[in-house]
Design a protein around this ligand. Structure first.
Ligand SMILES: O=P(O)(O)OC[C@H]1O[C@H](O)[C@H](O)[C@@H](O)[C@@H]1O
Length: 465
């Protein structure tokens, strides 16, 4: 395979009248029906009007990010990255896909990377124990600078870091360029400050300092991530609708959603892709799950993203996928060229359950199991598509990120919704601010406290004693 990614949508379609698939005739009519909308979307990419294209201008910041990563790597044994949602999931994905799940246990002469994306005190304590603050660099990533979980983490670890005699000038803050508290703190501390382009939303920010700095700390070339994204971008804008992978997949997913396929499962066949699955869940859910259309109509748009890991989850959730409600569409992601395949030796050859493995590789087995799972789902009338990645490399991952970002934005256009806001998340944040006593939210505190009181009165608790 020479292409960086290929997308097979053949099993989202059906020649006969099979429920749950896109009829071939309808697919052949896609260009006439949706081609114009797609070409408009292509123009926004071509003219760099779409926020996701802001990543490309980030290339000019890579030298600075690289030298900062080098400086941190020389001075510190650990890098503690504080962030949540889009400020953590991309970094986790990059690290896992390109360095594997055991990066922190390996000997590589680079800092260990801890990505803390929760305020669970038990977790915070564990990081406290593991990362000696005298040898730990702090990276505080928050697009808005006001996310309460990350702010609490930063206050805590900033205090620990200072107590341990840390140089505050070494702290890195990655945020929006607005005039706000986080920028003022960065200026007052005189620490490193990297900006995320204002219109590049958090969940689209992996191809910016948010993903580039942790990548470079781990020895991953951020430029290659961007090169892969640029390749995907070019392919998406160059191919006319009938030959365009993104057009075919996005339009099929939209059509299937309208036919009741309300769950989009991403079934990743690599243990190096499970974090990618979680990155996808945020991207798809926050971008497409919208109550209102761009015209203000109530549409309750979107499909529910789920992520699964193959072959592992064949032994758990697959039963439901195959025989439970027929409300899902499945996307399989597999890696064509496994870097270091493992040959299964010839042992226990007199036993039929073991003899057949001799000489096969685990990569081969993984691919066969992926195919078998996909085929058995299709046979049970479950529509499936497959994304094949050339290999495990930074350019392939960059292409994959960009492909799914573009897919999300194109699909949002079909739903006629805004893929760049997240109004549904704001209310919970506002309640938290008020209840925690944030001054500029104090005017709503009484109202929320009363609501909490009423809410608690409605609880019905049954005890196990
Ligand atoms: O990067 P931050 O501004 O701290 O935001 C972190 C996360 O906060 C909110 O929950 C948003 O809904 C997410 O989209 C965002 O990724």
């Amino acid at each position: 395979m020479n292409e960086i990614i290929n997308v097979d949508i053949g099993h989202l379609l059906s020649r006969e009248e099979r429920t749950g698939f896109v009829p071939l005739a309808a697919f052949e009519n896609f260009a006439a029906e949706y081609g114009e909308a797609f070409m408009e979307f292509q123009s926004t990419l071509k003219e760099k009007q779409s926020p996701i294209t802001l990543s490309f201008a980030e290339e000019e910041n890579i030298p600075r990010i690289r030298s900062l990563a080098r400086e941190l790597s020389e001075k510190y044994a650990n890098v503690l990255l504080l962030g949540i949602g889009g400020s953590a999931l991309g970094a986790r994905t990059v690290l896992q896909f390109l360095k594997g799940p055991f990066y922190n246990l390996e000997k590589h002469g680079r800092p260990r990377l801890f990505i803390l994306d929760n305020i669970d005190p038990a977790l915070v304590r564990k990081v406290d124990e593991l990362a000696d603050m005298r040898k730990t660099a702090l990276v505080y990533t928050s697009k808005s600078g006001s996310t309460p979980e990350t702010a609490a983490q930063f206050i805590y670890f900033y205090n620990k870091y200072k107590e341990a005699g840390g140089n505050v000038k070494d702290i890195v803050i990655i945020c929006d360029p607005g005039e706000n508290g986080i920028n003022r703190i960065a200026r007052d501390l005189g620490c490193h400050l990297l900006h995320i382009p204002r219109n590049l939303g958090g969940r689209y920010s992996v191809l910016s300092p948010v993903g580039f700095l942790p990548a470079e700390v781990a020895g991953i070339d951020a430029r290659q991530l961007l090169e892969g994204a640029a390749l995907a971008h070019q392919s998406i804008i160059d191919s006319p609708p009938p030959e365009n992978a993104l057009f075919a997949l996005g339009t099929c997913l939209y059509e299937l959603a309208r036919k009741g396929k309300s769950i989009h499962v991403l079934f990743n066949y690599s243990s190096f892709l499970s974090e990618f699955g979680l990155w996808f869940v945020q991207l798809w859910a926050e971008s497409l799950g919208k109550r209102l259309s761009l015209d203000g109509d109530v549409v309750n748009a979107g499909t529910t993203p789920l992520t699964s890991l193959g072959a592992t989850d064949q032994h758990s959730i697959l039963q439901l996928f195959k025989e439970g409600p027929g409300d899902k569409v499945f996307g399989f992601v597999r890696v064509n060229n496994m870097p270091e395949d493992v040959i299964i030796p010839n042992e226990f050859s007199t036993e039929k359950e073991y003899a057949y493995f001799a000489g096969h590789t685990m990569g081969e087995q993984l691919h066969i199991e992926q195919l078998s799972t996909e085929m058995s789902l299709v046979k049970a009338d479950r529509p499936c598509y497959r994304v094949t990645l050339k290999d495990i490399s930074a350019d392939t991952l960059g292409a994959l990120f960009y492909f799914y970002e573009a897919l999300t934005v194109y699909t949002a256009g079909l739903w006629n919704i805004n893929p760049f806001d997240q109004p549904g998340v704001e209310e919970g944040k506002n309640i938290t601010y008020s209840l925690m006593g944030r001054q500029d939210y104090s005017h709503r505190r009484a109202e929320y406290e009363q609501a909490v009181e009423q809410y608690n009165q409605e609880r019905r608790i049954f005890k196990l004693e």
